[in-house]
Design a binder for this molecule. Structure first.
Ligand code: KPL
Length: 299
């Protein structure tokens, strides 16, 4: 059935999304590695019980992939896609929803035939253990076409949308992803440097100074790329997000505390690579990148 989605990445968002689509009778299938598949008995949604989303390993697939939702971490994506590539065809739609930027370009270069969409979500969820997810507040999930073509965008967004996990089509997705990148650059690595909740950054003078410097470096790169109007008044926006998510520990701080690899390469690293290409100095972002990579990213 063309409507069915394969979902790669059973983390907090991918798992919650899969469970909601299953409950809405859309019959998604989780793609799991062999070891995870052996232990899999369904997803548990905290407070609701087990949701028996179907699962398969890439080696069990043996059929063309029509629709693939990718929610894994940026640094896992290319390796996770390679065993699936033999099943891609001209009509394969791939929707990428993850923190950071840069992976979509790599996917498009490796698999130019597929139809690529990108998304961003503010839906909240925490993973309690491998297959247990605690929903943490409804959010907005938006999806747009990677190359700007919108021919089937609405059909794709509708097929991923259900009452408990609403998804809408966006024709400004590149601007939204750029703005999200800016917010993540200005909050996530600082919560690692100062080991604090998002809101506490605003109470620490040195952190406030760093935040202002990150925003001004980000704005300079945005201007050089002709994207200044995607991030107007960036410091005010970041301050507001830090206040609104004041009690959160950022995803990067959570990764560091769990001893897991962070997404710094796709967040601050992406900005620094763009800045280098444009010969724009970004010393504050650069120092945070080095700090998080060297101290906290096991490879
Ligand atoms: O997206 C986030 C993250 O932690 O990755 C923010 C917006 C900083 C909220 O915690």
């Amino acid at each position: 059935m063309a409507e069915q989605w394969l979902i790669l990445g059973a983390g907090s968002i991918g798992g919650l999304w899969a469970a909601r689509l299953h409950q809405a009778l859309r019959a998604p299938t989780l793609l799991l590695k062999e070891d995870a598949f052996a232990d899999y008995r369904g997803l548990t949604i905290d407070g609701e019980g087990i949701v028996p989303v179907a699962a398969a390993t890439p080696s069990q697939l043996n059929r063309p992939i029509d629709r693939l939702l990718v929610c894994c971490k940026s640094y896992q994506t290319l390796d996770a896609l390679s065993p699936l590539a033999p099943y891609f065809h001209n009509e394969t739609s791939l929707v990428l929803v993850q923190n950071g930027l840069g992976i979509a370009e790599e996917i498009k270069a490796l698999y130019p035939r597929i139809k690529l969409y990108c998304g961003t979500t503010t839906a909240g969820a925490n993973r309690l253990d491998r297959f247990t997810i605690r929903p943490a507040g409804e959010g907005e999930t938006l999806i747009g076409a990677f190359d700007g073509s919108v021919r089937e965008l609405k059909t794709i967004a509708d097929s991923l949308s259900c009452e408990a996990f609403p998804v809408a089509a966006s024709d400004t997705i590149q601007a939204l992803l750029w703005r999200k990148l800016a917010i993540n650059c200005a909050i996530n690595p600082l919560t690692v440097r100062y080991r604090c909740h998002n809101g506490e950054l605003l109470d620490i003078e040195a952190a406030r100074e760093d935040m202002a410097a990150i925003c001004s470096e980000f704005t300079e790169v945005s201007e050089a790329l002709g994207r200044a109007d995607w991030v107007p008044n960036l410091l005010a926006t970041v301050t507001q997000v830090a206040e609104q998510t004041g009690n959160n520990r950022s995803s990067m701080l959570q990764d560091v505390e769990a001893g897991q690899r962070t997404e710094i390469e796709a967040i601050t690293g992406y900005l620094c690579r763009e800045a280098k290409r444009l010969a724009i100095p970004t010393p504050v972002n650069e120092s945070l990148f080095q700090e998080v990579v060297s101290t906290h990213s096991p490879h």
